[in-house]
Design a protein around this ligand. Structure first.
Ligand SMILES: Cc1cc2nc3c(=O)[nH]c(=O)nc-3n(C[C@H](O)[C@H](O)[C@H](O)COP(=O)(O)O)c2cc1C
Length: 264
């Protein structure tokens, strides 16, 4: 039992997104195991409100890479999995029993999105336990209308995120430091973050050098663009502040509504 705990913890602690892949193909068998592991995840009221599409076709992956903002690892990985919030099965289940599914509230979409996220993470852990590499692709929500058309998604099916999957080009990847545990772990009631926690993490992340040549655009509250700053001043604080300084995917709620969720 202890060995099992150690092994699981080792897989979890060793997580690192993989963006460089070997050309080795991935058989159906491990993919079925990975998606099967996702199915074992907890799911709200056992409704299982998600689906996964496995995409190997190079032309489709190439189009997806484009739609996801030109991310080269989508073409480099032999497999792309589109993870979808899916209430379409429940439309049919309700119909078969003489009901009609209500998708008028935000909750109906959120539950399906959470179910999908919980399932995806099981898939990530399963894949990494098998020595495979994955990377989530939130870019799948950049142009959901095009993704919906490309993948033929019906009403009540909405892309939550993609995932690249393949054999890592390098056997071990550097894990990315996280905030200190006390920066995210609260006791009994909520405690606002203290600045020192953020400064300490900023320093740690700056020292990794991962932001070199990766400065984000940012928008000041008066609408002006973020000014250029030197690499040694650009850390997690600047990077994250810039990332959250402008609206992200502002037409998403419109797209979700078009797929039949009213979000009331
Ligand atoms: C929902 C979600 C969406 C993400 N989208 C992308 C993406 O579009 N492209 C990418 O390269 N990485 C993406 N990532 C990976 C994150 O950048 C990565 O998890 C984070 O930087 C922490 O690094 P690590 O996973 O190596 O620990 C995404 C991660 C999550 C959870």
């Amino acid at each position: 039992m202890d060995d099992t705990v150690d092994t699981v913890m080792e897989v979890l602690r060793g997580h690192a997104s993989c963006r460089r892949y070997a050309t080795d193909p991935i058989d159906d068998a491990p993919i079925r195991e990975i998606v099967g592991a996702a199915q074992r995840a907890a799911t709200s009221s056992n409704l299982q409100l998600w689906s996964a599409i496995v995409i190997r076709n190079p032309a489709t992956r190439s189009r997806l890479a484009e739609l996801c903002g030109g991310q080269p690892h989508i073409e480099a990985a032999p497999v792309f999995i589109a993870w979808l919030a899916d209430r379409s099965r429940l439309d049919r289940a309700a119909e078969l029993r003489g009901y009609s599914q209500d998708t008028s509230t935000l909750e109906s979409f959120l539950v399906a999105a959470v179910d999908t996220a919980v399932a995806m993470q099981n898939a990530t852990v399963a894949a990494e336990a098998m020595g495979l590499g994955t990377c989530y692709i939130g870019g799948l929500r950049n142009d959901t209308a095009a993704v919906i058309e490309l993948l033929g998604l019906p009403e009540h099916v909405f892309p939550i995120a993609g995932m690249t999957l393949g054999v890592p080009a390098r056997p071990s990847r550097r894990t990315k430091p996280r905030l200190s545990l006390d920066g995210v772990l609260h006791c009994e009631t909520f405690t606002p973050v203290d600045d020192q926690t953020l400064f300490d993490y900023d320093e740690i992340m700056r020292a990794t050098g991962i932001y070199r040549d990766r400065h984000q655009p940012g928008t000041r509250p008066d609408g002006s663009a973020a000014e250029q700053i030197a690499d040694d001043e650009y850390g997690w604080l600047e990077h994250s502040a810039r990332r959250v300084s402008a609206p992200q995917r502002p037409n998403l709620s419109e797209q979700v509504r078009r797929q039949g969720y009213r979000l009331a």
